[in-house]
Design a protein around this ligand. Structure first.
Ligand SMILES: [Zn+2]
Length: 121
């Protein structure tokens, strides 16, 4: 059996994590009450002079930020889970079949939890 170079994937995951956190910081702030949770912000910074159109804009901005935040949070969670699997030595194993996940699949998505045969399960 071919050994997985976890160091290589750990580097990929850690750099993706940095990018995700940087992107999250542009649309959200960290929830101080819950570790790992992010809250979308309105990101307008000019509330005092808001007229109706600006309020609508800022609602729209908030909704958009919320959608982006959710997506980024989900991906960040997957990346963090993959990093934990590297730590506990279970990284690179399909959760369905227990087989080693193909290296090309991990190269495309280092947070993958399944082999190619089970990627849509
Ligand atoms: Zn599998």
């Amino acid at each position: 059996m071919h050994m997985i170079d976890t160091q290589h994937f750990k580097e990929m995951l850690e750099s993706e994590k940095m990018v995700l956190e940087k992107e999250l910081a542009t649309v959200a702030r960290k929830n101080p009450d819950q570790k790992g949770d992010w809250e979308a912000t309105e990101n307008d910074g000019d509330k005092d002079t808001a007229d109706e159109a600006e309020v609508a804009d800022s609602m729209e901005m908030f909704e958009r930020n919320q959608a982006v935040t959710n997506e980024l949070e989900i991906r960040l969670q997957e990346v963090n889970d993959a990093l934990s699997r590297i730590e506990d030595g279970t990284y690179g194993t399909c959760v369905f079949s227990g087989k080693q996940i193909e290296l090309e699949r991990l190269e495309a998505n280092p947070a993958a939890k399944t082999c190619i045969a089970h990627m849509n399960d």
